[in-house]
Design a protein around this ligand. Structure first.
Ligand code: XMP
Length: 508
C-alpha cells in the first residue's frame, strides 16, 4: 500500500493534512518529528513526506529540527509553513522575521509554472499564517510563488523533488489547496490512490481471521458509530467467537436499546447479550446531585456490570475496542504503545484479564469509519448518528436522576429530535435537557407545577468549540407545542442560545 508520512512539527493542522491526503485515496500516517528516525523513514516504504507547520522559529535552539539526511533519502518532500522554512534552513538557506509585514489570513498568491501548481491559475487565494519567511534560497532551489509581502511563498528543488509552501494547502480557505496536495501525491510522488475502504475491510477481516483463530473475543457495544463498526468488522472475522455485551443503564434515548438489538442480533445474527441494568444504575444514583459524582458512578457501575457479565460468559481472550485514529494521535501523539480506553468503557483493560486488545479501527478517521460502516451494511441512521455521551441521559438530567425524570426526558428528547429531522435543520448535535427547575403553568382551568425542559442544538466541526444552531421559529414552536401537549409532566420549554465556550455542549 502506498504511504505518505506526515512529519509533525507541532502544527495545529497535522490531523487535517493526513485527512486531506487520505481523501485523495492515499494512506497517510502521522509521526511527531521526535518519534521516528531517518533510518525508520528509509525502511518505512514511504512514497512521500510532508513536513507540517508549527508555531516556532527555526533559529530558536529549542525549536523542532530534524536530521538533514532526510533530504537525501530520494523521497519527495513537501514542507508546509514552518516545514517550508525548516527545509530552507536545513538545505542552507536563510530565514528572517517578517516583522510588521507578516501575513495572516486570505492572501493573493502568484504562482509560476511548476508541477506542484499544475492546473492552478497564475493568481489565486491562499491562507497565510507566518511571522518568519525564507529570505535566502538554498542551493538548487528556485522561487515558484510569491505574494505581495512574501518573496518566497513557495520554492522547489525539482531535481531532488523537494518542495516548500509558505501557505496552508490543507485548509479550505486556500482555493486550490486540494490541487496542490493532489499534484504532490500523484505528479511528484507517483501515487495511484490505492487506499480504498473495500481493501481495508478485506485486509482487516483476513488479518484477524488468521490471528484470532479459535480465540474468544468480547466487545462492549454502546450502539455508537465506532463500537458498532468495530463489532460488525470483527464479527466478519471471527463469527460466532465474538460476543457483544450491550449494557442498558436505563439512560438511553427512546427506542435505542431495541434498535441495537434489532440491528446486531436480528440483522447481523451476532451473539449479543443485552444487560438490563436500569435498576442497578438508578439505585446507585439515588440521591446524588453532583455532576462529577454522577459521571463517576455511571462509569464505575458500567465496569462492574461488564465484569459480572463476562464472568458469566466464561474466559474471553481478547477485548475489542472502537479506538479511532484521532484517539490514538491525541492520547499518544503517534506512540503505538499508548492505548486510550474507549470513552464508554473507560478503564476496562486494567481491571480485566485479557490476552490482548484488538482495535480494528485505530488507523481510521471518523468519516472513514462511517464509510466502512455503510459498506458493511450497517443502517445509515446508525452510521450517521449524532454523538451520544457514554453516561447518556445522566448528563442531561440536572439534579437527582430518577426513573420518572429519565422517562420524561426520553419523551421530550424524541419529539425534539423528530421535529428537527422532519424540518431538515442541519445541526451537529441536538437533544433535550431536563432542568432542575419546576414552574407554575395552567392547563384547562387547572394550575400545573411541571418540569422545564431545555432544548439544545449546536453546530460544530470538532466539538471543541460550538455555536448554537439557528433553528427556525416555526420548528421551535412545533417542538414546544408537541412537548407540552404530549409529555404530561412538562409545562415549559426553553431554548439554549449559548455557544461553547463559555458553555459546554452537555449541561453536566
Ligand atoms: P462537552 O459537553 O464537553 O461535549 O462540550 C463535547 C462532546 O463530547 C460529548 N461528551 C461525551 N462523550 N462520554 C462520551 O462518550 C462522555 O463522558 C462525554 N461527555 C461529553 C458530548 O456529547 C459532545 O458531543
Amino acid at each position: 500500500m502506498e504511504k505518505i508520512l506526515v512529519l509533525d512539527f507541532g502544527g495545529q493542522y497535522d490531523l487535517l493534512i493526513a485527512r486531506r491526503v487520505r481523501e485523495h485515496g492515499v494512506y497517510a500516517e502521522i509521526f511527531p518529528y521526535n518519534r521516528i528516525t531517518v533510518e525508520e523513514i528509509r525502511e518505512g516504504g514511504y512514497r512521500g513526506i510532508i513536513f507540517t507547520g508549527g508555531p516556532n522559529s527555526v533559529y530558536d535552539e529549542s525549536s523542532p529540527h530534524y536530521d538533514r539526511k532526510i533530504l537525501e533519502l530520494g523521497i519527495p518532500v513537501l514542507g508546509i509553513c514552518y516545514g517550508h522554512q525548516l527545509i530552507a534552513w536545513m538545505a542552507g538557506g536563510e530565514i528572517k522575521s517578517a516583522g510588521n509585514i507578516s501575513e495572516y489570513g486570505k492572501t493573493e498568491v502568484t504562482a509560476k509554472s511548476c508541477e506542484l501548481f499544475c492546473g492552478i491559475p497564475e493568481k489565486s487565494i491562499c491562507w497565510m499564517s507566518h511571522t518568519d519567511y525564507v529570505s535566502g534560497l538554498p542551493d538548487g532551489f528556485e522561487v515558484t510563488a510569491v505574494t505581495e509581502n512574501c518573496p518566497c511563498a513557495a520554492m522547489a528543488d525539482r531535481k531532488r523533488r523537494i518542495y516548500g509552501v509558505q501557505f496552508h494547502p490543507e485548509v479550505t480557505h486556500t482555493e486550490y489547496g486540494g490541487t496542490v496536495l493532489s499534484n504532490f501525491l500523484f505528479r511528484v510522488c507517483g501515487c495511484t490512490g490505492d487506499w480504498k475502504m473495500d481493501d481495508f475491510i478485506e485486509k482487516t477481516v483476513e488479518k484477524y481471521r488468521r490471528e484470532l483463530q479459535g480465540k474468544k473475543v468480547l466487545c462492549a457495544l454502546s450502539g455508537g458509530v465506532d463500537s458498532s463498526v468495530a463489532a460488525v468488522l470483527m464479527h466478519r472475522a471471527v463469527g460466532e467467537n465474538l460476543t457483544c455485551v450491550f449494557v442498558d443503564h436505563g439512560l438511553l434515548r427512546k427506542h435505542e436499546g431495541a434498535q441495537v438489538v434489532r440491528v446486531f442480533r436480528d440483522r447481523f445474527s451476532m451473539k449479543l447479550v443485552r444487560v438490563n441494568a436500569e435498576d442497578r444504575f438508578l439505585g446507585k444514583l439515588a440521591g446524588v446531585t453532583d455532576p462529577e459524582k454522577k459521571r463517576k458512578i455511571i462509569g464505575e457501575e458500567f465496569i462492574r456490570v461488564f465484569e459480572d457479565e463476562s464472568r458469566e460468559l466464561g474466559k474471553m481472550d481478547y477485548l475489542v475496542q472502537g479506538t479511532i485514529y484521532p484517539d490514538v494521535i491525541e492520547s499518544g501523539k503517534g506512540d503505538a504503545s499508548t492505548i486510550k480506553s474507549h470513552h464508554n468503557v473507560g478503564g476496562l483493560p486494567s481491571v480485566m484479564d485479557f490476552e490482548g486488545i484488538v482495535e480494528p479501527l485505530r488507523d481510521l478517521f471518523k468519516d472513514e469509519v462511517r464509510q466502512v460502516g455503510l459498506k458493511l451494511g450497517i443502517p445509515e441512521y446508525l452510521v450517521r448518528r449524532q454523538p451520544f455521551p457514554g453516561p447518556g441521559l445522566g448528563v442531561r438530567i440536572i439534579g437527582e436522576i430518577t426513573k420518572e425524570k429519565a422517562d420524561t426526558l426520553r419523551e421530550a428528547d424524541a419529539i425534539f429530535r423528530e421535529e428537527l429531522e422532519k424540518a431538515g435543520v442541519a445541526s451537529s448535535q441536538y437533544f433535550a435537557v431536563l432542568t432542575d427547575t419546576r414552574s407554575v403553568g395552567v392547563m384547562g382551568d387547572a394550575r400545573t407545577y411541571g418540569y422545564t425542559v431545555a432544548l439544545r442544538a449546536v453546530t460544530t466541526d470538532d466539538f471543541m468549540t460550538a455555536d448554537w444552531t439557528r433553528i427556525p421559529y416555526e420548528v421551535l414552536e412545533r417542538a414546544s407545542g408537541r412537548i407540552t401537549n404530549e409529555v404530561r409532566t412538562i409545562n415549559r420549554v426553553v431554548y439554549d442560545i449559548t455557544s461553547k465556550p463559555p458553555a459546554t455542549v452537555e449541561w453536566e
